[in-house]
Design a binder for this molecule. Structure first.
Ligand SMILES: Nc1ncnc2c1ncn2[C@@H]1O[C@H](COP(=O)(O)OP(=O)(O)OP(=O)(O)O)[C@@H](O)[C@H]1O
Length: 497
């Protein structure tokens, strides 16, 4: 099958085998040390563990199996005293040879100062909690309890995502299935950036995929067990772009997660691991909302004494009634302050992977042309934009659905959509070209604002081109077949082929 422009096609063909950047090298990692390395997007590192046990953020690397990594900042940790021996070489990545300004060279060093022992202790504390809950639930079927609901907070680049990933991997190794909740819309976790997801983790992560997460059920059969995320569309990559919508989607995700746990005893015993965007004490209302929406009972603060003390003061009533515990863990010296160019590039790569798959599991996305008139399209409202522009809007230019279009439920609650979504009255190339749109579960004839807010996302599509004269849009779908005539929500997440 020929490749769709910009979406790569057969990813193996991107490897330029002739241009070896490096001859094969060997790294010996002592026990409880970690080998930290950064691989630019222009380079593919092929590595294998040839002796001992090595793990990346808790996911054990298979012995003598070569894996390919590109655009990553990782550390291989050797948990056992025997240490671990790794062989690697690098080749250039043809697909990205011109798309970034980085060097081709990898950077790497071994560090004996790792925080992994703290993270492992935290894991064992959570595991003994899960064990006691499992035993309780086994004998008391009528009064079941829930495993640890852990919220990880910290500064920007403090290693929150890496810690959550490590705890989920270790939990999975002990046959647990914790739900990994990603509340950082900047990262696409089993989905595209701009979404908030909750995913039960019952299999290892796929280290070779973008950001080391892996495929979801949208990807069909994948190398690892596909994960099945519950996706709420937020539509922006920063949580502050529409705080009301962000909080709303968090609360809806919380309701869904809590009821998911009620239905599955293995998940209920295992609890939750919640990753967050960088939050400070100024964002206390967000933290408070997350704590109540997800019934959080353990807050892990990474390397920020001040935040820990401030949060303890704010939550003293919950601490006094033993509803909430705090744990402080140090920040790892290996955490890298990634720049905006790297973040944007990895967002693009995760969108590309969503449609095109990985090296091992390439997908066949489906391109089709659709008539925009056949669809009802909404757009997420950028509240920072709205706040500055609102006063200039002529009266009557409000995006609140017409009274006749609102359902009785909405009228009763005086629910207004205009802080969250506005309908695209005139879809055009200026507002749809190169954008990611969410396909909701909601049929077009549903006029309830509340239903629109509460809908889940079936998947995402990419509008590559909008023809203004014909009012037709060229759309890329992750699956073949007709796009359901459901309401679409255009996000502010862009992608250019
Ligand atoms: N021990 C380590 N060695 C090498 N790289 C690491 C290590 N720990 C984390 N990193 C890398 O540092 C970067 C930042 O880490 P991470 O994403 O976990 O931080 P974060 O606090 O979630 O960031 P943000 O605040 O931006 O959401 C990532 O690319 C991650 O892979």
């Amino acid at each position: 099958m020929s490749a769709i422009p910009g979406f790569g096609g057969d990813l193996n063909s991107n490897i330029d085998e002739d241009s070896n950047l490096n001859k094969s090298s060997v790294v010996e990692i002592n026990g409880q040390s970690e080998w930290r390395f950064e691989v630019p997007f222009r380079t593919i590192m092929k590595l294998k563990v040839v002796n001992g046990i090595g793990e990346i953020f808790g996911t054990e690397l298979p012995l003598n199996v070569e894996i390919s990594l590109t655009g990553v900042k990782y550390a291989i940790y050797a948990p056992l005293d025997e240490g671990c021996k790794v062989e690697y070489y690098c080749v250039s990545n043809k697909a990205n040879s011109t798309s970034t300004n980085e060097d081709d060279e990898i950077s790497e060093y071994i560090s004996e100062e790792t925080s992994m022992n703290h993270y492992m202790n935290l894991h064992f504390a959570l595991e003994s909690y899960r064990q006691s809950i499992s035993e309780h639930n086994f004998v008391n079927s009528s009064s079941q309890k829930t495993g640890p609901r852990v919220l990880v907070v910290g500064n920007r680049h403090s290693g929150k995502t890496s810690l959550v990933k490590t705890l989920a991997s270790y939990g999975c190794k002990m046959d647990r299935s914790p739900i990994l909740v990603n509340l950082n819309p900047r990262d696409g976790v089993f989905s595209v950036p701009g979404s908030l997801t909750a995913t039960p983790i019952s299999d290892a992560f796929d280290l070779e995929s973008v950001n080391g997460w892996g495929g979801s059920t949208t990807s069909g059969s994948t190398f690892h067990n596909p994960k099945q995320p519950l996706v709420k569309n937020y539509g922006f990559t920063s949580h502050s772009d529409n705080l009301d919508l962000y909080k709303y989607q968090i609360s809806k995700l919380g309701v869904a997660v809590v009821s998911r746990m009620e239905e599955d005893i293995a998940v209920k015993n295992s609890g939750l691991l919640i990753d967050t965007p960088p939050l400070s004490i100024k964002d206390f209302t967000i933290i408070e909302n997350i704590v109540s929406d997800f019934e959080v009972n353990i807050i892990v603060v990474i390397g920020n004494e001040r935040l820990l003390i401030d949060l303890k003061k704010k939550f003293k009533h919950k601490i006094a009634s033993s509803q909430l515990d705090f744990v402080k863990v140090p920040k790892s010296g290996g955490v890298i302050e990634v720049d905006d160019a790297y973040i944007r590039k990895s967002q693009e790569e995760s969108i590309k992977e969503y449609f095109n798959g990985t090296i091992r599991s390439p997908l066949s996305p489906f391109k089709t042309e659709l008539d925009a008139k056949d669809f009802v399209i909404y757009k997420c409202v950028d509240s920072s934009e709205a706040n500055s522009n609102l006063s200039f809007l002529p009266s009557g230019d409000s995006f609140t659905p017409e009274a006749s279009e609102m359902s009785d439920g909405d009228k009763k609650e005086e629910f207004s959509l205009d802080t969250y979504y506005s309908q695209l009255q005139e879809p055009s190339s200026s507002n749809l070209d190169n954008s990611i749109v969410a396909i909701t579960q909601l049929p077009q004839n549903n006029k309830s604002a509340r239903d629109l807010m509460n809908t889940c996302v079936l998947g995402y599509a990419h509008v590559s081109k909008f023809d203004d004269t014909k009012s037709k849009m060229k759309v890329l779908l992750p699956f073949p077949g007709a796009l359901p005539r459901n309401i679409l929500i255009s996000t502010s997440v862009g992608y250019t082929e």
